[in-house]
Design a protein around this ligand. Sequence first.
Ligand SMILES: CCCCCCCC/C=C\CCCC(=O)SCCNC(=O)CCNC(=O)[C@H](O)C(C)(C)COP(=O)(O)OP(=O)(O)OC[C@H]1O[C@@H](n2cnc3c(N)ncnc32)[C@H](O)[C@@H]1OP(=O)(O)O
Ligand SMILES: Cc1cc2nc3c(=O)[nH]c(=O)nc-3n(C[C@H](O)[C@H](O)[C@H](O)COP(=O)(O)OP(=O)(O)OC[C@H]3O[C@@H](n4cnc5c(N)ncnc54)[C@H](O)[C@@H]3O)c2cc1C
Length: 646
Amino acid sequence: MNPDIVKERQNASFDVQKLTYILDGGPEKTKRRREISLVLNDPDFDEEDPNFLSRSERYEQAVRKSAQMILKLREYGISDPAEINCYKSVVRGNFHESLGLHYVMFLPTLYSQCDQEQSKKWLPLATSFEVLGTYAQTELGHTHLRGLETTATFDPTTQEFVLNSPTVTSIKWWPGAGKTSNHAVVLAQLYTRGKCHGLHAFIVQLRHMDTHEPLPILVGDIGPKFGFSEVDNGFLKLDHVRIPRENMLMKHVEPDGRYVKPASAKLTYGTMVFIRSLLVGLSALVMAKSCTIAIRYSAVRHQSEIRSEPEPQILDYQTQQYKLFPLLATAYAFSFVGQYMTETYYRISGDINQGDLSELPELHAVSAGLKAFTTWTTNTGIEVCRMSCGGHGYSRSSALPDLYAEFTPTCTYEGENTVMMLQTAYLVKSYRQAKAGEQLRGIMSYLNDMEQRHVRAHPASARPALVDINDLSDLVESYKLRAALVESAAKSIQQELQKRRSHEDAWNNSAIDLVKASDAHCHYMVVKLFTDKLSEIGDPDINLVLTTLAQLYALHGIALNSGDFLQAGLLTVPQMQQIPVRIKELLCLIRPNAVALVDAFDFPDKVLSSVLGRYDGNVYENLFEWARRSPLNATEVHESFHKYLK
Ligand SMILES: CCCCCCCC/C=C\CCCC(=O)SCCNC(=O)CCNC(=O)[C@H](O)C(C)(C)COP(=O)(O)OP(=O)(O)OC[C@H]1O[C@@H](n2cnc3c(N)ncnc32)[C@H](O)[C@@H]1OP(=O)(O)O
Ligand SMILES: Cc1cc2nc3c(=O)[nH]c(=O)nc-3n(C[C@H](O)[C@H](O)[C@H](O)COP(=O)(O)OP(=O)(O)OC[C@H]3O[C@@H](n4cnc5c(N)ncnc54)[C@H](O)[C@@H]3O)c2cc1C
């Protein structure tokens, strides 16, 4: 064990194990997670570092691993979805799996959109993996749902739907598992009795069940990408492909071609809401991994000098702390927000299953906003962690390049982030309702205060600054008032309308304000949820260290967005000047606990797959050992010497 890292652990002021329990949701859950993690010792999962393989080899290795996972899950009798998720996330490490779409989109779509008869037919096939599915929605030319071109036209004479990609732009593009899957949920515009009824979901067989040869359908892999090398994102061109009427999910078309309206057309989009909710938790996980790597490495790396003494640990540089500790605080904040998002998703979708759709718009708005907010922040954070590790951070052995390449598309898939932020129509709507005197419920209820509390932009001089920057509840209140930026967005739309612009143009001309408002709303939610969580934590040592992190998270956010807080008169200039001073104090308070705080995330070394983030801190000898395994070192003299240099 590296002596620096041993010393760091001795300095911790709290019980790391107890903090792990809090993050997992209780000691039982930690115990079970650790039991599941023992799978890492299974030699059947031994594999080559994907960084040393070609794309085709990576795909093959990933398929082998996916197949092994299925067999092992059966062998160990793991069937609880949360446990399957935990198992798979341990085995997958930092990469994705070829069968990922089957689990996260195909199966959930079947679960939520099959009627009884369909469930009876499709669920046994899909859960036994005879049917391997993907989710084919996006097209070469469009992702916007109303713009999708693929059609499904009902033919009452044969009781079939005819699926067609009429143009090049209508070819399905990006669905995972182009080579792996034999079925797809295809999203297409439904036509019956000559009328279009919008987007609906259909189960389409793509490949022969025995030979895996494509049916008369053009299907394949779209080629190498920035990351996602384990995943065969695919194309799919349907040329008048016929499927039985029973393959339409939720069966909205009667045998005579009559269309039966669903309770809400948006239920078809349910799987996207599910994944957006999950991505909040994924952001927390990846931010936690990145911080673990960068902070452990910073504790063992010595460089340069502060005083004329031996080289200090780079973690002692104030600038290094300023790079990493706000991200550490973010990792904790997002962990608690991820827990909230999961609970909220299951609560509201439970109500939806019972026929109560009243909270669907809020679930959509919150999951879209938090997905965008947390993935954007994490995306930037991984890169900060990488650069904070200097040259060794650039090596694939650090895992940080892979974490970035695998994570960055979360800002794009499942709804491009700006587009998701613009789903703030709900916020503006809520603002208008509150202004009209309606009492809002749930997370939007802070807008009820608008009129009474004059929550709106004021010049600094007009508002007495009562905020104590050391008091978290005051900071939460300030974020809440800043979230009233939605008023500026609503006003901008109003002004545009007064200029006789159409509603659509008024919206587009206010889009920057709308995204800012959405961002401020999400930021408020994160600060509030982090602060609320503290009241549940009884252990005084842990409460203290997490309070320090929450303060850092809140103050760092204010420092980055000082213009908003000053403009709205929420803080004065002298208070703003105090914030960097307080931030520096908080960095010093966090410093002795930094390594313990990342240890509490409890990532096994094999899951981190990072030479820099090793628990034992023995970085250099392992870096050397990793480099020696590079395929270029397989021979002492590379063949290119004989071919070209000699
Ligand atoms: C541990 C977890 C690991 C997870 C790892 C996952 C790895 C998997 C890897 C990759 C998977 C990637 C899969 C995909 O990307 S699938 C494709 C995803 N595509 C999208 O997300 C498209 C984004 N676009 C949209 O969703 C829509 O186009 C839109 C931007 C929302 C606009 O939709 P539409 O045209 O219908 O709507 P309007 O703007 O006119 O809005 C109409 C009203 O409907 C409301 N609305 C929209 N969407 C929803 C919804 N999902 N639920 C509820 N309500 C919704 C909208 O707010 C409007 O409401 P109003 O009251 O104003 O009328
Ligand atoms: C790794 C990966 C996996 C994927 N997996 C799947 C899958 O399994 N199944 C599937 O169906 N799809 C999948 N996708 C596709 C993915 O869902 C889309 O790429 C995503 O929804 C974004 O759409 P787009 O690519 O058309 O971007 P565009 O919408 O073209 O975005 C380009 C730019 O235009 C801007 N823009 C677009 N619309 C607006 C607007 N209304 N207002 C303001 N700005 C706007 C965006 O902000 C962005 O800056 C995957 C994508 C990736 C990268």
